[in-house]
Design a protein around this ligand. Structure first.
Ligand code: WTA
Length: 629
């Protein structure tokens, strides 16, 4: 499974294209199967359907936990670094993690959760979050983790969309010097979720919370009564493993569905290879488990490889901007995986927070979630890697389940800000607007993938049509990523950013339509249009153009009110950075907003607005520019 040099990469890549079924079957056979598979792949991108290892049966936790009990039972599996730097870090060995997952599996079973049931998890970054995820997987329940920063409204939308019958949360959360309510937010969400029968609450902050008789249970009490023996459920490879909601260009977030077998094989394979993980290495992924990066490279990928995974509860700037570096020293981290936003933000605090920090344990650095600019890449390379650590700039998506285009650490020759080459099994192609393939090198286009890999999205929960139209209809016969991409003279790939109406704010995916809907819920707002604009730290910021019924009495206050509305409807991460009140939006005669113009204005590029002759009322543009100045 492990690629050891560049030639092996090229060989693996060729085999994966010429004989994909043989390639993936060999890798899949390295895992424990309850019933071996005989069919490897069945697929169609035209009438979308993909099935990997379809007649095989397995359980991902048997591979992520039980398998290691024979070899490394007393090695650390997870190291929890609490929010407070002075608090004791907690290590869970494979044996301990296994026992806790089994116990909690039995807690879920006792509440009547069975295979195929959906369970919503809304928790801060504590070990119990990973335990809850794994316990669902063990009994075949489908987990739907909702990032702890989302609002009650967002939680209830997600719970209702997939009809979750149980919710797991905590009393509160601590992030930096803030205490954040969790149970209370869940309570607000559940006012409109009749499908939820049970809520399990883990104590974290001792915040007083209301506990509803007959519905709400304490994690600790239930765990105490549960046995630590639990046979993993035999899952068909194509049974859903989890749902993770993500934003698209239109409508509400959709539930991306991943299945058990393919996701296991692909996350394990990419983790081992891209990071060149060696037994005993300490791996620190800073992503929250509420996002796909946390699912695949904090929980599943590392554990499937018997790795040591660090789970950090806090934020990079508490108690100061040197926190990551202290954690690296404290836990002797060898592989560090974070987002460009974090790098840029820490860079902005200045090098004083690096003085005296011992980063000598580091061997590999990773970047994920958004394009990394050359300046940040170089700072990461020089100041953190000391010029000695390869940087793997990993491009992938919630829908891809695992890393797609990325260097292999220490093996692929690097170029700053390039995701470099596709991993084995990944067949990228660039197309123009009409879907025509752009061949050759030194070209730009829309990034598509033309062949399935094991962890490709299977469906959007409850709405397969939506999955087909979103990903497989723009360019028939191809999976469309939504990203723009260049392929340089050497055939190296560089992702240039989204070409659709999805923004990437600090590495978080947010749809323009979602933010517009939230703004439009504010009283007095008639219409709004939202675009992304370049932001030094966040990569992209949110710029909102808002039409109100009548001139506001106090612009500043109205802006704040709108921000409060957005935070309440979606969550604080979706709050616009700038709000400009306008009297009209640039629309074509058919009523379509010309976002191109709004993007230019948001970027401050007033001189190069392009053709505005198709606008219904071109004078709108002048007044928008005047207002922006
Ligand atoms: C962007 C996060 C440039 C891209 C794993 C993609 C990147 C979206 C990179 C998916 C990268 C992710 N370089 N852009 N290395 N990695 N992206 O679903 O626009 O939260 O489509 O998955 O992030 O975001 P998602």
């Amino acid at each position: 499974m492990r690629i050891k040099n560049l030639q092996e990469y090229h060989e693996a890549y060729s085999l994966s294209v010429e004989k994909p079924e043989q390639f993936w079957a060999d890798i899949a056979n390295e895992f424990d199967w309850i019933k071996p598979f005989t069919k490897v792949l069945d697929w169609s991108f035209d009438d979308y359907s993909v099935k990997w290892f379809e007649d095989g049966q397995m359980n991902i936790t048997a591979n992520a936990l039980d398998r290691h009990l024979k070899t490394i039972p007393d090695q650390a599996a997870m190291v929890y670094e609490p929010n407070e730097p002075g608090d004791e870090a907690i290590t869970l060995t494979y044996r301990q993690l296994h026992a806790r997952v089994c116990k909690f599996s039995n807690v879920l079973k006792a509440q009547g959760v069975t295979k195929g049931d959906r369970v919503c998890i809304y928790m801060p970054m504590i070990p119990e979050l990973a335990i809850a995820v794994l316990a669902c997987a063990r009994i075949g329940a489908i987990h739907s983790v909702v990032f702890g920063g989302f609002s009650a409204q967002s939680i209830s939308d997600r719970i209702n969309d997939s009809q979750c019958k149980l919710v797991i949360t905590t009393d509160g959360a601590v992030r930096g010097n803030k205490t954040i309510p969790m149970k209370e937010t869940v309570d607000d969400a559940l006012v409109s979720c009749p499908c939820v029968e049970t809520v399990i609450v883990k104590t974290r902050t001792q915040t007083p919370v209301s506990m509803v008789k007959g519905r709400d249970l304490w994690w600790e009490e239930e765990e105490m009564q549960a046995s630590d023996v639990c046979t993993p459920e035999a899952m068909n490879a194509e049974d859903p493993l989890f749902i993770l909601y993500t934003s698209g260009s239109t409508g509400k977030p959709k539930g991306v569905v991943h299945t058990c077998g393919g996701y296991m094989v692909y996350t394990a394979y990419t983790f081992a290879n891209v990071f060149q993980y060696n037994p005993g290495d300490v791996f620190f992924c800073t992503a929250d488990i509420g996002w796909i990066t946390g699912h695949s490279y904090l929980v599943y990928g590392p554990l499937l490889n018997g790795a040591i995974s660090v789970l950090f509860e806090g934020i990079p700037t508490y108690p100061d901007a040197g926190r990551f570096w202290d954690i690296i020293k404290r836990h002797q981290v060898n592989i560090f995986y974070t987002a460009p936003t974090a790098i840029r933000s820490l860079m902005g605090f200045g090098d004083e927070f690096l003085v005296g920090k011992d980063l000598s344990s580091l061997r590999v650095l990773g970047s994920v979630g958004e394009p990394i600019n050359v300046e940040a890449w170089q700072w990461y390379d020089e100041k953190i890697g000391k010029g000695n650590c390869p940087i793997v700039d990993t491009w992938w998506q919630t829908e891809t389940g695992g890393l797609m285009i990325s260097p292999i650490a220490g093996i692929t020759p690097l170029k700053p800000a390039f995701a470099t080459l596709p991993l084995p099994g990944v067949q990228p192609i660039l197309v123009d607007e009409n879907g025509k393939e752009i061949e050759g090198n030194g070209v730009n286009g829309n990034l598509c993938i033309k062949y399935p890999w094991p962890s490709i999205i299977r469906t959007t929960y409850g709405d397969h049509e939506r999955c087909k139209t979103t990903y497989f209809s723009t360019y028939p016969g191809l999976y469309f990523t939504g990203d723009g991409c260049m392929r340089d003279e050497d055939g190296y790939y560089r992702i240039t950013g989204r070409v659709d109406d999805v923004m990437n704010i600090s590495g978080h995916r947010i749809g323009t339509a979602e933010v517009e809907n939230a703004i439009n819920m504010h009283t007095g707002v008639i219409e709004s249009a939202v675009v992304g604009f370049p932001h030094d730290v966040k990569g992209q910021g949110i710029y909102a153009y808002v039409i109100c019924e009548h001139p506001t009495i106090n612009d500043e206050l109205t802006r704040k009110d709108i921000l409060a509305t957005v935070a309440r409807v979606i969550g604080p991460i979706a709050k616009p950075d700038k709000i400009q009140f306008v009297t009209g939006l640039p629309k074509t005669r058919s009523g379509k907003i010309m976002r191109r113009i709004l993007r230019k204005v948001a970027e401050g590029e007033f001189g190069s607005l392009g053709d505005t002759s198709t606008l219904l009322d071109p004078s709108v543009v002048d007044s928008i520019i005047k207002g922006a100045l």
